[in-house]
Design a protein around this ligand. Structure first.
Ligand code: GDP
Length: 392
């Protein structure tokens, strides 16, 4: 699937930058164009891979390249005021070669949190191809204002996109790491999961053609209907055989045609599917009640079989209760087999409910503190008996 990616704000820009690097490294061909939009000049300069001419600075008249400082209302305003600048950059990309837009943003900050939904609304008015969002939730330790920003952005972003794919920093945070080092690793997890998913169907010349290929229309159909999506992923190493073929370190050579036991291959696939669905999801949630799902099995073609995928698909149907579970393979000559599962239209998400609760508390607190500090200031400035007169 070919995407036009737009990274909004610092996190969004860094993640799209990383997608470009992933695309280069794996030859996946999913990033047809990459644009970064920010109100902070320094963040745009810090990117490595996004072409200079695709870096758009917005809000210069208001914030002079210094960013909006976690004020997402201001983020939304400057995005709206400078939407033409963003459109100018989009006009330079061959949108007729693109299957969908993907707007990436951290929802806890200011520029991306406020700007991404504004851009989604704008793009949906102009283009007929789908506009997806990839929204990153802040860690719970980031504090009330980030949570409040994320809760408000989430509500708006879901409404404006054709589907919102969510990644929760909180579930992926690792203790004892520097913030930057931590994000580096988290961003790698993000691009791997979404990369495999969107990369399915983009098989280049000379590569194996999948037995039951996943093409972009299946990804689009799974995401259609809107709502919120999460992705599960699991992988297992397989070893390169010295005689040229590939051999699993787990199955060994049993004398079969390609040295692999079909039953083992099937079992490996079904166990990977379970691990992917029941393990850590990009947004933790209950998978029961998911509206639609897509299963992508990737790896060397001799490790993929129709039976395994079919079983994995059936199992997913039972677990989710969904009648719309698609599945296919994505042959890649890499020494690992992996299952990526897109769960689209999830509704039982306690993490979002908690986020909203904390956001409401933060909002109430902010109002109380504001009122209190106004009263306190007045008490400080005014003399007790009101004997003094201000100058004017
Ligand atoms: P903006 O530039 O005003 O849009 O704000 P940022 O993108 O800097 O920050 C918004 C939120 O994104 C933060 O609260 C973090 O939760 C998250 N964040 C920032 N940088 C990264 C990153 O590199 N990766 C990930 N996964 N999240 C990030």
């Amino acid at each position: 699937m070919k995407l036009a990616m737009i990274g909004f704000g610092q996190a969004g820009g860094k993640i799209v930058d990383r997608f470009l690097e992933y695309d280069d490294r794996t030859n996946s061909g999913i990033v047809r164009a990459a644009i970064a939009v920010n109100s902070a000049k320094a963040d745009l300069i810090g990117l490595d891979n996004i072409p200079q001419e695709n870096r758009v600075l917005i809000g210069q008249a208001r914030v002079k390249g210094h960013g909006v400082g976690a004020d997402n209302e201001l983020g939304a305003e400057v995005a709206e005021e400078d939407i033409d600048e963003v459109q100018n950059a989009i006009d330079q990309i061959p949108t007729h070669e693109v299957d969908a837009f993907l707007i990436v943003a951290g929802m806890g900050g200011g520029t991306g949190s406020g700007g991404a939904p504004v851009l989604a609304k704008h793009l949906k008015r102009i283009y007929t191809i789908p506009v997806y969002g990839l929204g990153v939730l802040p860690g719970t330790d980031e504090g009330g204002i980030y949570t409040l920003n994320a809760a408000r952005s989430f509500q708006t972003f879901v409404r404006e996109v054709d589907n919102l794919l969510v990644f929760d920093n909180d579930s992926w945070r690792q203790t004892g790491e520097s913030m930057e080092g931590g994000y580096d690793q988290i961003n790698e997890e993000i691009v791997r999961r979404f990369g495999i998913l969107f990369g399915a169907g983009e098989v280049g010349d000379g590569e194996d053609v999948a037995e039951s290929v996943v093409d972009s229309s299946e990804i689009i159909n799974t995401l259609s209907g809107g709502g919120v999506s999460t992705v599960g992923y699991a992988s297992e190493e397989v070893e390169l055989n010295t005689s040229g073929g590939l051999l699993s370190r787990f199955t060994g050579d049993d004398g079969g045609d390609d040295g692999l036991d079909a039953a083992n291959t099937t079992n490996r696939i079904t166990s990977l599917v379970r691990k992917a669905a029941l393990g850590r999801l990009t947004l933790p949630c209950e998978i029961e009640g998911t509206e639609r799902a897509l299963l992508v099995l990737s790896g060397p073609s001799e490790y993929l079989n129709r039976k395994g995928i079919e079983r994995g698909r059936k199992w997913l149907e039972e677990e989710t209760g969904s009648m719309e579970v698609r599945g296919g393979d994505f042959p890649r000559e890499e020494p690992e087999v992996s299952a990526a599962i897109l769960l689209s239209g999830v509704t039982n998400v306690p993490r979002i409910k908690r986020l909203q609760q904390v956001a409401i508390e933060a909002q109430d607190n902010i109002e109380d503190i504001q009122q209190e500090s106004e009263e306190n200031l007045e008490e400080l400035v005014e003399d007790d008996e009101d004997e003094l007169e201000p100058l004017f």
